[in-house]
Design a protein around this ligand. Structure first.
Ligand code: HT7
Ligand code: ZN
Length: 852
């Protein structure tokens, strides 16, 4: 498949002023008629993109075009000899009923329970009609939808201008929507369905009264309150923190059960995976419910960062995604403990993005070439992209960052722009910000190493830092990047901070001198994870134990525990530590912390999973060894605190459900303590689990207990699994949990997974269900990286390759680290991937296999 390169970008020859779409849905096909008013910008032909379309007619300025006037090849339709202005009328036929790729217009559901929805980002609009489907072509859309009346809900972007019966067709009706904002085609959306709606309103800071609507199936409408509240919170937050108010009279969200990703920010008509919008205490865990709020906020924030200011081309995807993730992380940090938010964000970054950067699929935050843009919705673009914005925000400080973002919105509103434009607006108070461009260009995670010397006579502390980034094949040799290193010096006697500074490491090696330091301090570096780097510093274990006690915020304390765990399990910086210091420090910290901040206590106990630890291993990775060592340390922690678990558990009694940060913290810690107690073979712990399940007030308690019972293979776990299934049979999202707890179980085998894949409730056409088994299974590396595990996993990819290549390729990313495995697994994985390569044809999957 051919590559598209950033350096080849050229402006479109024609702009589109207005688009009229008329979409008529019938039993087994849809007809799409479009009228495009096009205006020449530069010399050249009109280039329209189109895939899986049956072209019926095309006319230009009233004249029917023939193959003399245009050429159609490989997803493109080129029209020659076009005057300055052209009105194109195009009629196509499409088949949403057989569209299993879930891109473009597709039918979701089955039997009597179906609906039609769209997913156009990044290049789905070209599966609806021929169009200059690229983000730098902005137009005003008017959409007419016509369908059978058994689909009463007809929605599209913007405002409803008309609705009524279709003449001569008593079973059919229509609606016309007009979107007054200029938008690229990837933000187009429509929904044709039978849904209930939860309605609310919000008055913006500019005095606009906005109608808020959340559409879901009638059985799910009682699970929409959390999402609605989150939407109102996000609207307010964006006004307060960025001065951004909503700009239309209506904001709609639709819940869809078949969706490739989490949600989509279509202008005024967000479409959400049900898993990312529905929430109720009985059916949704706290963690999921929290992420529902974050995703609602993320999509809402796109209205300014993505929709009003969009990307010039898909290479600039991080422009909207990195900034929007940074914004949703900041929003979430304001909704709960900011330390816990940062812990979760950094844990995700380390587990997924660092390993992506270390493997064969490493790419810059702004890639320079791709075969299939769908493959670049990655944790590097999203999460590392957000870290770059965070570094810039911290470097500028809140006031100058706000000046910079105000300038960005002022300068580029209504335009399709680049990362350079973004940096140039943010530089209005400090032109050094433009140096951050290299973070967007260079792949690989920098490793920052350092050491210190103390001169007691001069009373100076000198810290020497250096940075190194691996040279990723196919890219220029890495350059030093600007790395902000937040640093504090702690007095060893009092534990107080004696100096605090943001060090900017922007050369390969640099020294930083602190004056007037009365005695040798303990240095805390990279506080709040001030840059997305790996840190190696010449700490003694005792320094880390000291910091665990004295660091002033929860994130930094957690970071210290992570360093200790790394030194125990992974020989961080070549040092192999004994677990004693870590265990002692935890034993001292935990009792106090669990009473003060239960959520943080839960995070401190959370030893990274084997999968997460493995992400730091770049060669000779032995999954069995890593798991043994990780489980060994987990057991040591459990045993060390064995006498405390009963008291801790009893001090966290189950109460009636409450959605407060404190109550969520208690539930999280209780689940961790329960698992620890079972690991330490505490008498009665099995009974606690059963009672917790039976008396649960919410899904966090019930599922926490079930998961623990399954993972510890408790007698009776099967009975509880069966009970869970019976109770929640009618709720797809809960049945997803039921599948996932089995597929991710500690004792899972490929045969068990195969039997889940043939269960009557398994459905290959529902990505949530596929992920609930396949992604859950991939969290067990000791089973995944076996001949049988891989055969099963690659079989799944092969099966999905044609039907849903976006999903297939995303699932395949997990296998990207095959080349870091120790032999003989490496060879075995390689053979399976070579076999897979011979049996797939989508460019999505083939591109992901390029390094094999
Ligand atoms: N901007 C959205 C990306 C998205 C997407 C991409 C590819 C295939 C399907 C998709 N659904 C949504 C989501 C977001 O980042 O907000
Ligand atoms: Zn996004």
């Amino acid at each position: 498949p051919s590559k598209i390169n950033l350096k080849d970008y050229t402006k479109p020859s024609f702009d589109v002023d207005t688009v009229h779409l008329d979409i008529k849905l019938f039993e087994d096909y849809a007809q799409v008629d479009s009228t495009l008013e096009m205006v020449r910008q530069t010399a050249g032909d009109i280039v329209l993109f189109g895939e899986s379309l049956e072209l019926l007619t095309i006319t230009m300025n009233g004249k029917v075009l023939t193959t003399e006037d245009y050429q159609q090849e490989a997803g493109k339709l080129t029209i020659y000899n076009v005057p300055e202005r052209a009105t194109l009328d195009i009629q196509v036929r499409i088949c949403p009923q057989t569209n299993t790729a879930l891109e473009g217009l597709y039918m979701a559901g089955s039997g009597d329970d179906t609906m039609f929805v769209t997913q156009c980002e990044p290049e789905g609009f070209r599966k609806i009609t021929f169009y200059p489907d690229r983000p730098d072509v902005l137009a005003i859309f008017t959409t007419r939808l016509e369908a059978d009346k058994r689909y009463p809900t007809l929605l599209a972007n913007g405002n409803l201008v008309e609705a009524g019966e279709v003449a001569d067709a008593p079973d059919r009706h229509y609606a016309i929507w007009h979107d007054p904002t200029n938008k690229p085609s990837y933000l187009f959306a429509c929904v044709v369905a039978d849904l209930d709606v939860l309605t609310d309103s919000y008055t913006t800071s500019e005095g606009r009264e906005v109608l808020l609507e959340l559409y879901a199936k009638s059985a799910d409408i009682d699970k929409c309150d959390v999402g609605m509240q989150a939407l109102k919170d996000a609207m307010k937050w964006d006004e307060v923190n960025y001065g951004r108010a909503y700009d239309l009279d209506r904001y709609m969200i639709v819940a869809v059960s078949q969706f490739n990703m989490g949600a989509m920010e279509n202008k005024g008509l967000n479409i959400f995976n049900t898993a990312c919008v529905l929430s109720s205490p009985e059916t949704t865990t706290d963690a999921r419910s929290f992420s529902v709020k974050a995703i609602i906020a993320h999509e809402y924030f796109h209205n300014w960062t993505g929709n009003r200011i969009t990307c010039r081309d898909w290479f600039q995807l991080c422009l909207k995604e990195g900034f929007t993730v940074y914004r949703d992380q900041s929003f979430s940090a304001d909704q709960q403990s900011s330390a816990v938010q940062r812990i979760d964000d950094v844990a995700t970054l380390r587990a997924h993005q660092f390993s992506e950067d270390a493997g064969p699929l490493a790419h810059p935050v702004r890639p320079e070439s791709f075969v299939e843009i769908n493959n670049f919705y990655t944790t590097t673009v999203y999460e590392k992209g957000a870290e770059i914005v965070r570094m810039i925000a911290n470097t500028l400080g809140p006031d100058d960052f706000r000046k910079g973002t105000d300038e960005y919105f002022r300068r580029y509103d209504g335009q399709a722009v680049t990362v350079e434009d973004f940096l140039s607006a943010l530089s209005i108070t400090d032109d050094k910000i433009e140096n951050f461009i290299d973070w967007y260009r260079q792949p690989g995670t920098p490793v920052v190493s350092g050491s210190q010397t103390y001169d007691s006579t001069a009373q100076t502390l000198t810290i020497t830092l250096n940075q190194q980034t691996r040279h990723v094949k196919g890219f220029d040799a890495p350059k030093p990047l600007p790395i902000p290193v937040a640093t504090a010096l702690f007095d060893k006697d009092s534990g107080a901070i004696v100096a605090e500074r943001m060090l900017l490491l922007d050369e390969a090696t640099q020294t930083f001198v602190f004056e007037n330091v009365a005695s040798e301090p303990v240095v805390s570096l990279l506080r709040d994870f001030s840059a997305p780097v790996q840190l190696n510093y010449d700490y003694q274990d005792a320094d880390l134990a000291f910091l665990l006690k004295h660091e002033t915020n929860g994130f930094n304390r957690w970071q210290v525990t992570q360093m200790l765990v790394n030194r125990i399990l992974l020989q961080g910086q070549g040092v192999k530590s004994s677990p004693d210091v870590y265990l002692e420090a935890l034993a001292q910290t935990l009792p106090v912390l669990s009473a003060d901040d239960a959520m943080l206590a839960a995070r401190l106990l959370d030893i990274p999973s084997a999968q997460e630890l493995a992400s730091a291993i770049s060669k000779d990775y032995d999954p069995v060894l890593v798991k043994e060592q990780r489980d060994g340390l987990y057991k040591q922690v459990a045993d060390k605190l064995k006498d405390q678990w009963a008291e801790l558990y009893n001090n966290l009694p189950m109460q009636s459900y409450e959605d407060s940060a404190e109550a969520r913290g208690i539930r999280a810690l209780r689940n961790v303590v329960l698992d620890m107690a079972l690991t330490a073979n505490v008498d009665d712990a099995a009974d606690w689990a059963k009672q917790q399940y039976d008396n649960a007030s919410c899904m966090t308690e019930r599922f926490g207990a079930l998961k623990t019972m399954v993972n510890h293979q408790l007698a009776g776990a099967d009975k509880y699994l069966a009970d869970f299934y019976e109770r929640f049979q009618a709720n797809d999202l809960v049945i997803d949990l039921w599948f996932s707890v089995q597929a991710a179980a500690d004792d899972v085998t490929p045969d068990m997974v195969k039997s889940l894949l043939t269960h009557t409730d398994f459905d290959w056409n529902t990505p949530n269900r596929v992920r609930s088994v396949v992604s859950a299974f991939s969290s067990q590396p000791t089973v995944l990286w076996t001949a049988e595990g891989l055969e099963m996993y690659t079989g799944v990819i092969q099966k999905l390759d044609d039907a849903n290549p976006v999903l297939a390729s995303r699932l395949l990313q997990v296998l990207a680290r095959w080349n870091t495995l120790a032999e003989p697994r490496r060879q075995m994985a390689h053979e399976q991937l070579v076999d897979l390569q011979k049996n797939v044809s989508s460019k999505h999957v083939l591109e992901s296999l390029e390094s094999v």
